[in-house]
Design a protein around this ligand. Structure first.
Ligand code: MN
Length: 340
């Protein structure tokens, strides 16, 4: 039996990171179209069920035109069962907005476990303690949120289909099963870099083969460029171009360029932004450099909360990589950026 696991589609999202309402609208339509394409792929490839693990819509305000397309997708594919559990973004709004729940849209308010002839079950609970699964079945469980894998191990779960995090994450649940966050279908902002898509599951003779399927119309790429060797903006530009060329990034994609290292002079990021915006769909530049000769008054001597935080981390008995990761996450959080 073939299934698809997806989550966090975030239909009708504001796409404010693009800072351009026309592009934002275009991206909203592209996300919806990627969802439609995924369903078309399912229909063509004999997929029996699509698991939508929350945050199908971005908010509780459901655009009627978007709802109409999603509903037609479901009703128009009666051979596919659509399993749906709400996420923290749209909550119960999607199901409430539907006049009738299509026959093949399976929700978990009345029935907690659905069963197929092959001994495959599909369940959804709000807490692992609610699970009562037979060891002889092949058990798939849906959950939207953060998990502690230990709490879900030894519950006879074979595949825990998760939603909430926007990148692919996998791991094992004890000796029997595995968990997987499918990630979102399309990267929206510059914090959702890398390949995005869904997970195709093929269950045969009690064994599962999950395959990640890249599905997004556009990819958000992150390139990190150390500009320590650059004499100025022109050199930095050449280093960036070289990195983009090496990666073969298509013009239709989005790029987040992170400048790192100790710059010899200030880099004109405004110019670089304009230049690369002419070549790519959308560009964001993050200047993480420090200027040569100013390290003495650098952030570790800063009397701010950020400086205090960095000093605390530097004193720890951790590896350099660990310190770097904690500082990156901590300073991003202090700057009001999302760290998830
Ligand atoms: Mn969520």
């Amino acid at each position: 039996m073939k299934l698809i696991h997806c989550s966090d589609i975030h239909l009708d999202a504001a796409m404010s990171a693009l800072k351009d309402e026309k592009k934002a609208e275009e991206r909203r339509n592209e996300i919806l179209l990627t969802f439609v394409r995924m369903v078309r792929y399912a229909a063509k490839n004999d997929v029996k069920a699509i698991l939508i693990v929350g945050d199908l819509f971005d908010s509780i305000r459901i655009n009627p035109a978007t709802l109409d397309i999603v509903e037609k997708c479901i009703i128009g594919n009666p051979s596919i069962d659509f399993y749906y559990t709400a996420g923290n973004h749209e909550k119960e709004a999607f199901l409430k907005a539907l006049e009738d729940i299509p026959r093949n849209l399976k929700t978990f308010d009345r029935t907690r476990t659905y069963r197929y002839d092959e001994g495959i079950t599909i369940s959804c609970v709000s807490d692992p303690s609610e699970l009562d699964l037979l060891p002889s079945d092949y058990n798939i469980v849906l959950y939207h949120g953060t998990i502690r894998p230990n709490a879900w191990a030894h519950k006879n779960i074979d595949y825990l289909a998760l939603g909430h995090y926007h990148e692919l994450r996998e791991g094992s649940l004890g000796s029997r099963g595995r968990f997987c966050y499918s990630g979102c279908l399309e990267g929206r902002g510059f914090d959702e870099c890398g390949e995005k898509g869904f997970v195709r599951l093929n269950i045969e003779n009690g064994s599962l083969e999950p395959v990640f399927m890249q599905a997004s119309k556009r990819t958000v790429h992150e390139i990190r460029v150390d500009v320590s060797e650059a004499e100025g903006t022109g050199d930095a530009d050449s280093l960036i171009s070289g990195e983009i060329g090496k990666r073969g990034i298509p013009a239709d994609d989005l790029i987040k360029i992170v400048l790192t290292g100790v710059a010899k002079s200030e880099i004109n990021t405004g110019f670089l932004l304009k230049k690369y915006e002419e070549d790519f769909y959308a560009v964001h530049i993050v200047d993480d450099t420090s200027i040569a000769g100013t390290e003495e008054s650098g952030v570790e001597y800063d009397i701010s909360l950020k400086g205090e935080f960095i000093r605390l981390v530097m004193e720890k008995d951790w590896t350099e990589d660990e310190k770097k990761a904690v500082i990156e996450m901590g300073t991003a959080a202090l700057g009001g950026k999302s760290v998830l």
